[in-house]
Design a protein. Structure first.
Length: 356
């Protein structure tokens, strides 16, 4: 059978790359090949397919024998489903003020999941037991939402990374107070690459109860997963996924992408490369007088401060975002397909604009 003719046209220059987000990158060729492999014929819908079944064994290889993955469409959906599974209707979640669930999800955890976020200011995006205690109180006070979950991100929204010991301390503290621990892992692979440890070292081995596992930022077309590590901590995950409009009918195409990333070392290769490009960028930025790095570069994000007018001119040459426009803060992200030439060209442009 001959393939159908198409009128599709390419509408972009594939040589153009920016530093706005790792979501801007395309799909890794190995994942595209996996999608083609899963295509054709019929497979049972809604997750009862062979690809989703096999994904479970891959997930258990990374996160332990009791781990179970629930593929979803996107990261916000993963966080909303996960947090619903570990909170009552009167429950609250303690998180960093800069957390993605607080500042970048349009209120979805509160409006869709129906929970309260109790936010804590942090200098580096990371919670500690002491910071958690600022909001961990009032369980018997019917006038206050009940703290039931601590949510951390790895890596954080500021590009910083928790050590396994730091996460273990958080989990022990939270569990001691009767709370669960959720980990937003949209860039979990970048954290593991930065720490040079397996993902299990700072998830199930550290006491995390459930996590949102990212794939899109690391080379997938679409799709993430909620991974339940502590089966006793959650309830009705399947129903919550459907209720939250995150149940894919053709789930094999989400699952096969995650299998392609995780079954071997593609997840690590992609993350390690993105991190290395961020380090290359940071090293070059340090040599540019008048540009200040704001946070340790521990994953694939570089935060900097530079004159506003320089940023505006530079944005005409490379796409990236202000992080805090009033302060002059910007964020530069590297992806699995960022090249050394991309970084060097950007640094050249930065030096030129700073010299004007």
């Amino acid at each position: 059978m001959n393939p159908p003719k198409t009128d599709a046209r390419r509408h972009h220059d594939p040589e153009v790359r920016g530093f706005a987000s790792d979501n801007y990158a395309g799909v890794h060729p190995e994942i595209l090949a996996a999608l083609a492999l899963a295509n054709g014929g019929h497979q049972v819908a809604y997750g009862e397919d062979h690809y989703t079944e096999h994904l479970q064994s891959v997930i258990r290889g990374h996160f332990g024998a009791t781990a179970e993955a629930f593929p979803v469409f996107n990261g916000t959906g993963a966080n909303v489903v996960a947090l619903q599974a570990v909170t009552d209707r009167w429950g609250a979640v303690i998180c960093a003020e800069s957390a993605h669930i607080n500042v970048d999800e349009c209120g979805a955890p509160e409006r869709v999941a129906g929970l309260k976020l109790l936010t804590v200011p942090t200098p580096d995006g990371k919670l500690t037991p002491e910071l958690i205690d600022r909001e961990a109180y009032g369980w018997d006070d019917e006038h206050r939402a009940m703290p039931q979950v601590v949510s951390i991100a790895q890596s954080t929204e500021l590009g910083t990374v928790y050590t396994p010991d730091e996460i273990r301390a958080i989990c022990e503290h939270a569990h001691g107070l009767g709370m669960r621990v959720h980990l937003d892992g949209s860039r979990l692979a970048n954290a593991a690459a930065s720490l040079d440890v397996p993902m299990r070292a700072f998830t199930n081995a550290a006491g995390v109860d459930l996590l949102s596992l990212g794939a899109t930022k690391n080379g997938a077309l679409f799709g993430e997963a909620v991974v339940v590590l502590n089966q006793d901590a959650v309830s009705h995950m399947k129903h919550l996924r459907k209720l939250s409009m995150q149940l894919a009918s053709k789930m094999r195409f989400v699952s096969v992408q995650m299998e392609a990333l995780l079954a071997r070392d593609l997840w690590l290769r992609n993350a390690r490369h993105a991190n290395e490009m961020a380090q290359r960028l940071a090293e070059g930025v340090r040599a540019v007088h008048g540009v200040e790095l704001l946070h340790p570069v521990q994953s694939n994000a570089v935060f900097a401060r530079l004159p506003h007018e320089v940023t505006v001119r530079l944005q005409q040459r490379f796409r990236f975002y202000f992080w805090n426009e009033a302060a002059g803060d910007v964020r530069w992200m590297c992806a699995f397909d960022t090249t050394e030439d991309d970084v060097d060209e950007f640094l050249t442009a930065l030096k030129e604009e700073m010299a004007r």
